[in-house]
Design a protein around this ligand. Structure first.
Ligand code: FAD
Ligand code: EPU
Length: 338
């Protein structure tokens, strides 16, 4: 366990917000969690669990003990005719794990290539991209109960996965630290290329036949063309979730805005791209001092360098207001504001 005091969090968040933490503790083994949650030294202080910091926005200096999860390891837990069950430490970098799957020709993670962050954070919001969500390959996870210090296993149903949601964002918020995740990977993968731009990118790359590697490379190509690289420009991916509205509301909007895109969820519900709504309100590419809205993806707020979390939060609230005024739709944040 490594303890840092009075440390800048700039290298610990992809928005590149420069705030200070009183205490940041890096752990590399689940047993060290007792030293943080049950010890006299830190017990009474509030805590924040941190992975890669790619889905957080810091709005001020942090008095919480920041617990940076560095638990590594990829191990095969079980093998059957069709599947390999692989247990992965919460601190492993998600994309490194995807590359491991590609190397071993195991199917399931390829559509989720290049999503920043750690394996332990992936179930938190059931990460998703290009027609696939984490829950499709999820088997179970192990977590540490911060109150009792007990280890608990959660299966898929218990995680209550939804669109950018799990029980750990809801009723169990701040109650568990995820220490490892077990995935069920396919030895004979069935590929999902329903997402239109993915088909297009595969054609462009001239992939003769579908493979885990070809899909991973196509996804990487799309992402690099659309999304800003956090190494170059601070951001946390989509700032808001795509709103889901009732069909009569959608039809009323369609009468006024005939080009409005839709992704039907059911008879009753329609998902509308938040990027389109924000774009229509004129925000795309707008810059306010050091912060702004990305010029290729209106759903991504960016820090051009030196921006403050509070400024980004304020900009996000202005965007919410204009989308509400124009379309009568509430945008809800995906990013965790801290
Ligand atoms: P952090 O930002 O460190 O933490 C996120 C939340 O999880 C916090 O509330 C934190 O307290 C909690 N947490 C983290 N680790 C643990 C743990 N071990 N136990 C308990 N709680 C924990 N997301 C998608 O779903 N799809 C995308 O396509 C996508 N694209 C992105 C593109 C870019 C350029 C960026 C910057 C982000 C993108 N994201 C996307 C968001 C982000 O990558 C994911 O949410 C990712 O899973 C966050 O991982 P992290 O380790 O950085 O989590
Ligand atoms: N669009 C615009 N203007 C823009 C960008 C997009 O009008 O500036 C419209 C286009 O019509 C496009 C539609 O919005 O067809 C959807 O855009 P895109 O395919 O880029 O996807 P998204 O809905 O903006 C979602 C996820 C991403 C994920 C991609 C790919 C959410 C909140 N975001 O973005 O996840 O990578 O789909 O599957 O669901 C993240 O969560 O951080 C994230 C990046």
């Amino acid at each position: 366990m490594v303890v840092h005091r009075n440390i800048s969090l700039l290298p610990y968040n992809t928005f590149k917000i420069d705030v200070n933490a009183q205490v940041l503790v890096e752990i590399s083994d689940p047993t060290e969690l007792d030293d943080i949650f049950q010890s006299d030294q830190f017990r009474s202080m509030p805590k924040l669990i941190l992975g890669g910091g790619s889905n957080v926005l810091f709005t001020g200096n942090q008095r919480k003990v920041i617990v940076k999860i560095g638990i590594d390891g990829i191990e095969v837990a079980k093998e059957t005719e069709h599947y390999l069950y692989v247990k992965v430490g919460a601190g492993e970098i998600w994309h490194q794990f995807v590359l491991w799957c590609v190397e071993n020709n195991l199917g399931g993670t390829e559509n989720l290539s290049l999503i920043p962050g750690t394996v332990g954070a992936a179930p938190m919001q059931n990460i998703g991209a290009y027609g696939v969500e984490l829950k499709e390959i999820f088997h179970s996870l192990e977590a540490y109960d911060v109150k009792t210090g007990d280890r608990r296993v959660f299966d898929k149903d218990e995680c209550k996965f939804g669109y950018r949601y799990s029980i750990f964002k809801g009723e169990l918020k701040d109650k568990f630290v995820i220490t490892s995740v077990t995935f069920r990977l396919s030895k004979k993968p069935k590929f999902n290329i329903e997402y239109e731009p993915l088909k297009h990118s595969l054609d462009q790359l001239g992939a003769d036949e579908l493979s885990v590697r070809a899909i991973s490379e196509a996804v990487i190509q799309i992402r690099q063309s659309k999304l800003p690289d956090p190494v170059v420009i601070g951001n946390a991916g989509s700032f808001f979730k795509n709103p889901v509205i009732e069909r009569p509301h959608f039809e009323a909007l369609e009468a006024v805005f005939p080009g409005i895109p839709q992704f039907p969820i059911s008879e009753k519900w329609v998902k509308v791209p938040a990027a389109w709504l924000i774009d229509q309100c004129g925000w795309k590419g707008k810059r306010r001092g050091d912060i702004g809205v990305h010029d290729k993806q209106a759903l991504v707020l960016v820090n051009h360098g030196g921006g403050r979390g509070k400024e980004i939060l304020k900009l996000s609230e202005m965007i919410q207001k204009s989308v509400q005024n124009k379309f009568g739709i509430d945008l809800h944040r995906e990013v965790n504001v801290i």
